[in-house]
Design a protein around this ligand. Structure first.
Ligand SMILES: *Cc1c(COP(=O)(O)O)cnc(C)c1O
Length: 365
């Protein structure tokens, strides 16, 4: 029998979450962001559920090819654009749209030897200072691009740095929206600005194309201000395992490497087949929630490579073979959001879902 750890991908939840994005912004085209192998869920595993999206957005050409191989004929957007001049041949053959964020990419486009009709997304650096053209140069760049014969359409694009909260005590999107609007308002073309946090918190924004990522996978972009329940989202991945041994501790006994946990009273613990080599972070704090047979319990001691320990003191019927949910939904229907677990290691749901390792068996329901 294989080790009992399994990542279950819930197609209905993916579909449900996509509908939440659509309902929030009914006048926008909804692009499903499936970069990083669909945030660790597997592009092939999410495809059916996301087929009703208006487009897919991702980073790697290899991932774009996988989407085309699945039969997708609609828009595919490369969020970081092309990485080499050669990539343009693939974009042409596979009909891929791409971001233009730097001058060198425009030079490649201008030199492209074939007759092509590219849909490009012109990225403005509106304050995040990662990718994009400075606002002062944006209109000149737009002019340059619109004169290229192989550019069929230019969508104005930017990315928010603080859509999940505030910035310097003010609304997190205000400064970027004002700049973007001032520069683009009288230029022709559609625009794309909203990520998950903006879709959920700022429905009033104009964004002809929305780029929904994390919300589709059932994690709240602004946890702990809002939980997945607040946003009506459902976990798309459940990391499940089982108890493989039970130990009875006496007061003063320790648990795991480094004896990081010392029992204050007699207690019962369960050893779970899940460790950091499965993607459950080693630095996760004692007390982080874990479900056992659908009931909340918590992590005890240091996570090791292949095992971790859960408190069973208040769960007398838990035993070897009991279901353990590290995050997601239990077979009993109880939900443990990945956001709560991520908080236990000082990170966010995004990182946990992307980091489930290759040795974990993935299944779909
Ligand atoms: C990843 C990404 C998104 C999606 O962000 P979420 O917070 O996951 O919704 C949107 N736009 C760009 C440019 C991205 O890189």
């Amino acid at each position: 029998m294989p080790r009992p750890i399994t990542a279950v991908i819930h197609r209905q939840s993916l579909q449900h979450n996509l509908n939440v994005a659509r309902t929030k912004m009914p006048n926008s085209h909804v692009f499903a962001v499936v970069k990083a192998n669909a945030y660790g869920h597997g592009i092939e595993r999410v495809y059916q559920a996301f087929k009703s999206a208006d487009g897919f957005a991702l980073l790697d050409l290899a991932e774009a090819k996988r989407i085309r191989a699945l039969g997708w004929k609609g828009p595919v957007l490369l969020l970081e654009g092309i990485f080499s001049e050669q990539d343009l041949f693939d974009c042409d053959e596979l009909n891929l749209s791409f971001t233009i964020h730097s001058q060198y990419q425009i030079e490649w486009l201008a030199r492209f030897p074939r007759p092509a009709r590219f849909d490009v997304y012109l990225k403005m650096n509106s304050g995040m200072n990662r990718l994009g053209f400075a606002a002062v140069h944006y209109r000149d760049i737009w002019q340059q691009l619109s004169q290229l014969n192989n550019v069929q359409s230019i969508t104005h694009m930017m990315h928010f740095s603080d859509a999940d909260g505030e910035r310097l005590g003010r609304d997190g999107i205000e400064h970027q929206c004002q700049l973007f609007e001032a520069i683009t308002h009288d230029l022709p073309g559609a625009c794309s600005v909203s990520n998950s946090a903006a879709i959920l918190r700022h429905q009033q924004l104009q964004s002809d194309v929305i780029r929904s990522g994390i919300m589709l996978y059932g994690s709240s972009p602004d946890f702990p201000a809002h939980s997945i329940d607040d946003w009506n989202l459902q976990p798309a991945m459940s990391l499940r395992s089982e108890i493989i041994a039970v130990q009875q501790l006496k007061a003063g006994d320790s648990v795991g490497y480094g004896s990081k946990f010392i029992a204050e009273t007699d207690m019962r613990i369960g050893v779970v087949a899940c460790g950091y080599a499965d993607g459950y972070q080693r630095i996760t704090a004692t007390g982080t929630p874990i479900l056992v047979d659908g009931q909340r319990s918590s992590l005890v001691g240091r996570v090791s490579m292949d095992m971790l320990v859960v408190d069973l003191s208040h769960l007398p019927s838990a035993q070897v073979g009991s279901e353990v949910v590290l995050w997601g939904t239990s077979k009993h229907g109880t939900v443990l959001s990945i956001d709560e677990v991520a908080a236990g290691s000082g990170t966010i749901g995004y990182e946990l879902m992307c980091a489930v390792t290759a040795r974990v068996n993935f299944i779909q329901d």
